[in-house]
Write a protein that binds this ligand. Structure first.
Ligand code: ZN
Ligand code: ZN
Length: 365
Protein backbone atom coordinates (compact mmCIF):
# COMPACT_ATOMS: atom_id res chain seq x y z
CA UNK A 1 0.00 0.00 0.00
CA UNK A 2 0.97 3.68 -0.21
CA UNK A 3 1.61 5.86 2.82
CA UNK A 4 2.18 9.61 3.12
CA UNK A 5 5.39 10.08 5.08
CA UNK A 6 7.90 12.76 6.11
CA UNK A 7 11.11 11.34 4.62
CA UNK A 8 14.57 12.47 5.70
CA UNK A 9 17.13 12.04 2.90
CA UNK A 10 20.27 13.31 4.65
CA UNK A 11 21.32 14.68 8.05
CA UNK A 12 21.20 18.26 6.76
CA UNK A 13 18.13 18.10 4.48
CA UNK A 14 14.64 19.28 5.42
CA UNK A 15 11.95 16.61 5.72
CA UNK A 16 10.15 15.87 2.42
CA UNK A 17 6.52 14.78 2.62
CA UNK A 18 6.14 12.06 -0.01
CA UNK A 19 4.00 9.13 -1.06
CA UNK A 20 6.03 5.94 -0.52
CA UNK A 21 5.33 2.22 -0.38
CA UNK A 22 4.53 0.32 2.81
CA UNK A 23 4.69 -3.48 3.00
CA UNK A 24 1.95 -5.63 4.50
CA UNK A 25 2.45 -6.43 8.21
CA UNK A 26 4.61 -9.54 8.61
CA UNK A 27 4.37 -12.16 11.35
CA UNK A 28 4.07 -10.47 14.75
CA UNK A 29 3.48 -7.06 13.16
CA UNK A 30 0.57 -4.63 13.15
CA UNK A 31 -0.51 -2.07 10.54
CA UNK A 32 -1.55 1.17 12.27
CA UNK A 33 -3.49 4.05 10.68
CA UNK A 34 -1.85 6.94 12.51
CA UNK A 35 -3.88 9.90 13.73
CA UNK A 36 -0.80 11.83 14.84
CA UNK A 37 2.79 11.59 15.99
CA UNK A 38 4.71 13.65 18.51
CA UNK A 39 8.15 15.01 17.64
CA UNK A 40 10.77 14.07 20.22
CA UNK A 41 14.35 15.19 20.80
CA UNK A 42 15.56 11.73 19.74
CA UNK A 43 14.04 12.20 16.28
CA UNK A 44 15.98 15.40 15.78
CA UNK A 45 19.16 14.01 17.35
CA UNK A 46 19.28 11.36 14.60
CA UNK A 47 20.78 14.13 12.46
CA UNK A 48 23.81 14.20 14.82
CA UNK A 49 27.09 12.80 13.52
CA UNK A 50 27.44 10.14 16.23
CA UNK A 51 24.19 8.45 15.13
CA UNK A 52 24.77 5.93 12.32
CA UNK A 53 21.47 6.76 10.60
CA UNK A 54 20.74 5.03 7.27
CA UNK A 55 19.19 7.39 4.71
CA UNK A 56 16.57 7.82 3.43
CA UNK A 57 14.59 7.15 6.59
CA UNK A 58 11.21 7.87 8.16
CA UNK A 59 11.57 8.93 11.80
CA UNK A 60 8.83 9.45 14.39
CA UNK A 61 8.28 7.38 17.53
CA UNK A 62 5.32 8.89 19.37
CA UNK A 63 2.52 7.61 17.18
CA UNK A 64 -1.13 7.14 18.07
CA UNK A 65 -4.01 5.90 15.95
CA UNK A 66 -6.02 2.80 15.19
CA UNK A 67 -5.20 -0.77 14.25
CA UNK A 68 -5.76 -1.24 10.51
CA UNK A 69 -4.24 -4.68 9.87
CA UNK A 70 -2.84 -7.68 11.72
CA UNK A 71 0.09 -9.86 10.69
CA UNK A 72 0.20 -13.61 11.30
CA UNK A 73 0.21 -14.68 14.93
CA UNK A 74 -0.86 -11.36 16.44
CA UNK A 75 -3.47 -11.78 19.16
CA UNK A 76 -5.30 -9.49 21.56
CA UNK A 77 -5.84 -6.66 19.07
CA UNK A 78 -8.77 -5.90 16.76
CA UNK A 79 -9.15 -3.77 13.66
CA UNK A 80 -10.18 -0.26 14.78
CA UNK A 81 -8.69 -0.59 18.27
CA UNK A 82 -7.28 2.77 19.45
CA UNK A 83 -3.59 2.41 20.26
CA UNK A 84 -0.53 4.33 21.43
CA UNK A 85 2.82 3.19 20.04
CA UNK A 86 6.00 2.92 22.09
CA UNK A 87 9.50 1.46 21.73
CA UNK A 88 10.05 -2.13 20.58
CA UNK A 89 11.41 -4.82 22.88
CA UNK A 90 12.09 -8.50 22.27
CA UNK A 91 9.85 -9.82 25.05
CA UNK A 92 12.20 -12.77 25.60
CA UNK A 93 15.47 -11.61 27.20
CA UNK A 94 16.02 -11.46 30.94
CA UNK A 95 15.24 -7.70 31.33
CA UNK A 96 12.05 -8.17 29.28
CA UNK A 97 11.05 -11.22 31.34
CA UNK A 98 11.68 -9.39 34.61
CA UNK A 99 9.53 -6.38 33.72
CA UNK A 100 12.38 -4.08 32.65
CA UNK A 101 11.86 -3.94 28.87
CA UNK A 102 13.48 -0.50 28.52
CA UNK A 103 16.76 -2.35 29.21
CA UNK A 104 15.99 -5.08 26.63
CA UNK A 105 19.22 -6.71 25.48
CA UNK A 106 18.12 -6.07 21.88
CA UNK A 107 17.06 -2.44 22.45
CA UNK A 108 19.59 -0.95 20.00
CA UNK A 109 19.00 -3.54 17.30
CA UNK A 110 15.20 -3.32 17.44
CA UNK A 111 14.94 0.47 17.71
CA UNK A 112 17.88 2.24 16.05
CA UNK A 113 18.96 0.21 13.03
CA UNK A 114 15.86 1.51 11.17
CA UNK A 115 14.85 -1.93 9.91
CA UNK A 116 13.26 -5.14 11.11
CA UNK A 117 15.30 -7.66 13.13
CA UNK A 118 15.88 -9.61 9.90
CA UNK A 119 17.36 -6.52 8.21
CA UNK A 120 14.44 -5.79 5.85
CA UNK A 121 12.48 -2.54 5.89
CA UNK A 122 8.73 -2.08 5.60
CA UNK A 123 9.17 1.13 3.58
CA UNK A 124 10.47 1.71 0.06
CA UNK A 125 10.33 4.35 -2.67
CA UNK A 126 10.33 3.29 -6.32
CA UNK A 127 11.96 0.04 -5.27
CA UNK A 128 14.66 1.76 -3.18
CA UNK A 129 14.88 0.86 0.50
CA UNK A 130 13.66 3.49 3.02
CA UNK A 131 14.46 3.06 6.72
CA UNK A 132 11.48 1.91 8.83
CA UNK A 133 10.84 0.68 12.38
CA UNK A 134 12.77 3.67 13.79
CA UNK A 135 12.43 3.41 17.60
CA UNK A 136 10.02 0.57 16.82
CA UNK A 137 7.79 2.82 14.71
CA UNK A 138 8.67 5.33 11.92
CA UNK A 139 5.43 7.15 12.71
CA UNK A 140 5.92 10.44 10.80
CA UNK A 141 3.48 8.90 8.32
CA UNK A 142 -0.18 8.19 7.71
CA UNK A 143 0.44 4.46 8.26
CA UNK A 144 3.14 2.38 9.93
CA UNK A 145 3.92 -1.33 10.22
CA UNK A 146 5.23 -2.01 13.74
CA UNK A 147 6.07 -4.91 16.01
CA UNK A 148 3.17 -5.97 18.22
CA UNK A 149 5.41 -5.30 21.26
CA UNK A 150 5.20 -1.57 20.42
CA UNK A 151 1.39 -1.48 20.35
CA UNK A 152 -0.39 -0.38 23.54
CA UNK A 153 -4.20 -0.64 23.38
CA UNK A 154 -5.92 2.27 25.11
CA UNK A 155 -9.46 2.71 26.38
CA UNK A 156 -10.09 6.42 26.79
CA UNK A 157 -12.36 9.31 25.84
CA UNK A 158 -9.32 11.55 25.36
CA UNK A 159 -8.62 12.64 21.74
CA UNK A 160 -6.47 9.94 20.17
CA UNK A 161 -4.32 12.49 18.30
CA UNK A 162 -2.97 13.86 21.59
CA UNK A 163 -1.86 10.54 23.07
CA UNK A 164 1.28 9.66 21.09
CA UNK A 165 3.73 11.53 23.37
CA UNK A 166 2.76 9.12 26.17
CA UNK A 167 4.78 6.51 24.24
CA UNK A 168 8.11 8.31 24.71
CA UNK A 169 8.63 11.85 26.01
CA UNK A 170 5.84 11.89 28.58
CA UNK A 171 6.54 8.41 29.97
CA UNK A 172 10.27 9.24 30.08
CA UNK A 173 9.72 12.22 32.40
CA UNK A 174 6.76 10.95 34.39
CA UNK A 175 8.23 7.47 34.74
CA UNK A 176 11.55 8.82 36.02
CA UNK A 177 9.64 10.39 38.92
CA UNK A 178 6.86 7.86 39.55
CA UNK A 179 8.74 4.62 38.75
CA UNK A 180 12.32 5.42 39.74
CA UNK A 181 12.78 8.43 42.06
CA UNK A 182 9.46 7.78 43.86
CA UNK A 183 9.55 10.91 46.05
CA UNK A 184 7.57 10.82 49.29
CA UNK A 185 4.79 13.38 49.75
CA UNK A 186 6.36 16.59 51.00
CA UNK A 187 9.72 15.93 49.29
CA UNK A 188 11.79 18.46 47.36
CA UNK A 189 12.83 18.05 43.72
CA UNK A 190 14.68 20.16 41.16
CA UNK A 191 14.13 19.54 37.45
CA UNK A 192 16.71 20.62 34.88
CA UNK A 193 15.05 21.39 31.55
CA UNK A 194 11.39 22.42 31.26
CA UNK A 195 10.74 20.92 27.83
CA UNK A 196 8.34 18.04 27.28
CA UNK A 197 10.32 15.50 29.33
CA UNK A 198 11.11 17.86 32.20
CA UNK A 199 7.55 19.21 32.43
CA UNK A 200 6.18 15.65 32.37
CA UNK A 201 8.47 14.94 35.34
CA UNK A 202 7.18 18.13 36.96
CA UNK A 203 3.54 17.05 36.51
CA UNK A 204 4.47 13.70 38.05
CA UNK A 205 6.16 15.45 40.98
CA UNK A 206 2.85 17.27 41.60
CA UNK A 207 1.00 13.91 41.45
CA UNK A 208 3.51 12.48 43.97
CA UNK A 209 2.83 15.35 46.37
CA UNK A 210 6.25 17.02 46.28
CA UNK A 211 6.16 20.20 48.35
CA UNK A 212 9.13 21.96 46.77
CA UNK A 213 9.35 21.72 42.98
CA UNK A 214 12.06 23.81 41.32
CA UNK A 215 12.10 24.14 37.53
CA UNK A 216 15.35 25.15 35.81
CA UNK A 217 15.40 26.42 32.21
CA UNK A 218 17.06 29.11 30.10
CA UNK A 219 13.78 30.00 28.30
CA UNK A 220 11.53 32.46 30.20
CA UNK A 221 8.40 31.04 28.51
CA UNK A 222 9.22 27.55 29.69
CA UNK A 223 9.83 28.78 33.24
CA UNK A 224 6.38 30.45 33.12
CA UNK A 225 4.88 27.16 31.95
CA UNK A 226 6.61 25.34 34.83
CA UNK A 227 4.96 27.72 37.30
CA UNK A 228 1.56 27.24 35.63
CA UNK A 229 1.90 23.46 35.93
CA UNK A 230 2.85 23.44 39.59
CA UNK A 231 6.49 24.47 40.12
CA UNK A 232 6.89 26.26 43.44
CA UNK A 233 9.97 28.14 42.15
CA UNK A 234 11.91 28.51 38.92
CA UNK A 235 15.56 29.30 38.24
CA UNK A 236 17.12 30.76 35.09
CA UNK A 237 19.38 28.00 33.74
CA UNK A 238 21.98 30.57 32.72
CA UNK A 239 22.31 31.86 36.31
CA UNK A 240 24.37 30.36 39.15
CA UNK A 241 21.89 27.52 39.41
CA UNK A 242 23.44 25.53 42.25
CA UNK A 243 23.58 28.58 44.53
CA UNK A 244 19.96 29.40 43.66
CA UNK A 245 18.71 25.86 44.36
CA UNK A 246 20.63 25.71 47.65
CA UNK A 247 19.19 29.05 48.75
CA UNK A 248 15.66 27.86 47.88
CA UNK A 249 16.15 24.85 50.17
CA UNK A 250 17.67 26.56 53.21
CA UNK A 251 21.19 25.58 52.13
CA UNK A 252 20.47 21.85 52.34
CA UNK A 253 19.84 21.00 48.71
CA UNK A 254 17.01 19.00 47.14
CA UNK A 255 16.14 15.41 48.00
CA UNK A 256 15.62 14.58 44.31
CA UNK A 257 17.12 15.90 41.11
CA UNK A 258 16.22 15.20 37.50
CA UNK A 259 18.31 16.19 34.48
CA UNK A 260 16.33 16.18 31.24
CA UNK A 261 18.88 18.37 29.41
CA UNK A 262 22.03 16.31 29.11
CA UNK A 263 24.14 19.34 28.15
CA UNK A 264 27.71 19.70 29.45
CA UNK A 265 27.48 20.68 33.11
CA UNK A 266 23.79 20.13 33.76
CA UNK A 267 24.24 16.75 35.43
CA UNK A 268 27.10 18.09 37.56
CA UNK A 269 24.89 20.98 38.66
CA UNK A 270 21.99 18.64 39.41
CA UNK A 271 24.23 16.41 41.52
CA UNK A 272 25.86 19.39 43.27
CA UNK A 273 22.36 20.59 44.25
CA UNK A 274 21.46 17.33 46.03
CA UNK A 275 20.99 17.07 49.78
CA UNK A 276 22.75 14.20 51.60
CA UNK A 277 20.95 10.91 50.76
CA UNK A 278 19.53 12.63 47.67
CA UNK A 279 19.04 10.90 44.33
CA UNK A 280 19.52 12.40 40.89
CA UNK A 281 18.14 10.74 37.77
CA UNK A 282 19.09 11.67 34.23
CA UNK A 283 17.65 10.74 30.84
CA UNK A 284 19.91 12.49 28.33
CA UNK A 285 23.67 12.19 27.97
CA UNK A 286 24.94 14.00 24.85
CA UNK A 287 27.41 12.25 22.53
CA UNK A 288 29.92 9.57 23.52
CA UNK A 289 32.65 12.19 24.03
CA UNK A 290 30.69 13.99 26.77
CA UNK A 291 32.00 13.41 30.29
CA UNK A 292 30.74 14.42 33.73
CA UNK A 293 32.75 14.60 36.93
CA UNK A 294 31.70 14.50 40.57
CA UNK A 295 33.60 14.63 43.79
CA UNK A 296 33.52 11.17 45.45
CA UNK A 297 33.45 13.04 48.76
CA UNK A 298 30.15 14.67 47.72
CA UNK A 299 28.65 11.31 46.67
CA UNK A 300 29.97 9.64 49.83
CA UNK A 301 27.18 11.24 51.85
CA UNK A 302 24.61 8.80 50.54
CA UNK A 303 23.98 10.56 47.23
CA UNK A 304 22.96 8.47 44.20
CA UNK A 305 23.17 9.21 40.47
CA UNK A 306 21.20 7.00 38.09
CA UNK A 307 20.57 6.90 34.36
CA UNK A 308 16.98 6.09 33.36
CA UNK A 309 15.69 4.87 29.99
CA UNK A 310 12.09 5.66 28.96
CA UNK A 311 11.16 6.25 32.60
CA UNK A 312 11.65 2.52 33.36
CA UNK A 313 8.17 2.29 31.87
CA UNK A 314 6.42 -0.94 30.98
CA UNK A 315 4.24 0.85 28.41
CA UNK A 316 1.29 -1.57 28.59
CA UNK A 317 1.06 -0.88 32.34
CA UNK A 318 2.25 2.71 32.72
CA UNK A 319 0.48 4.41 29.78
CA UNK A 320 -3.00 3.33 31.01
CA UNK A 321 -2.02 4.62 34.48
CA UNK A 322 -1.06 8.02 33.04
CA UNK A 323 -4.32 8.10 31.06
CA UNK A 324 -6.28 7.47 34.27
CA UNK A 325 -4.44 10.32 36.01
CA UNK A 326 -5.21 12.49 32.95
CA UNK A 327 -8.91 11.52 33.03
CA UNK A 328 -9.19 12.71 36.61
CA UNK A 329 -7.47 16.00 35.78
CA UNK A 330 -4.30 15.24 37.77
CA UNK A 331 -1.94 14.86 34.83
CA UNK A 332 -2.71 17.48 32.13
CA UNK A 333 0.11 16.48 29.76
CA UNK A 334 -1.95 17.69 26.78
CA UNK A 335 -1.15 21.27 27.85
CA UNK A 336 2.40 20.67 26.57
CA UNK A 337 1.20 19.99 23.01
CA UNK A 338 1.09 22.25 19.95
CA UNK A 339 -0.30 20.60 16.80
CA UNK A 340 1.05 20.97 13.24
CA UNK A 341 -0.10 19.40 9.99
CA UNK A 342 2.32 16.75 8.64
CA UNK A 343 3.11 19.20 5.79
CA UNK A 344 4.41 21.60 8.47
CA UNK A 345 6.99 19.12 9.79
CA UNK A 346 9.93 21.45 9.08
CA UNK A 347 8.17 24.37 10.82
CA UNK A 348 7.56 22.06 13.80
CA UNK A 349 11.26 21.17 13.95
CA UNK A 350 12.31 24.85 13.78
CA UNK A 351 9.78 25.87 16.44
CA UNK A 352 11.07 23.09 18.67
CA UNK A 353 14.71 24.19 18.26
CA UNK A 354 13.77 27.81 19.03
CA UNK A 355 11.93 26.73 22.18
CA UNK A 356 8.69 28.28 20.88
CA UNK A 357 6.77 25.05 21.43
CA UNK A 358 7.18 22.34 24.05
CA UNK A 359 5.79 19.22 22.38
CA UNK A 360 5.00 19.48 18.65
CA UNK A 361 2.51 16.87 17.46
CA UNK A 362 2.09 16.24 13.72
CA UNK A 363 -1.48 15.54 12.59
CA UNK A 364 -1.64 12.98 9.78
CA UNK A 365 -3.55 13.62 6.53
ZN1 ZN B 1 14.28 -8.08 25.47
ZN1 ZN C 1 11.55 10.01 22.25
Amino acid sequence: MRTTAAVLHSPVAPFEVEQIDLAEPGPGEVLVRLAACGMCHTDLSMRASHRPTPYPVVLGHEGSGHVAGLGAGVSGLEIGQPVVLSYASCGRCRPCRTGEPTYCERMWELNFRCCRADGTTALSREGVRVGSHFFGQSSFASHAVVSETSVVPVDTDAPIELLGPLGCGVQTGAGAVLNVLRPDPGASIAIWGCGAVGLSALLAAVVAGCKTIIGVDIHPGRRDMAIELGATAVVDGSADVVTEVLSLTGGRGVEYGFDAVGAPGTLENAVASLAPRGTCGFVAAGGPEQMASFSPRHLLFGRTVTGILEGDSVPHVFIPQLLELHRTGRFPFDRLITTFALDEVNEAESASHRGDVIKPVLLMP
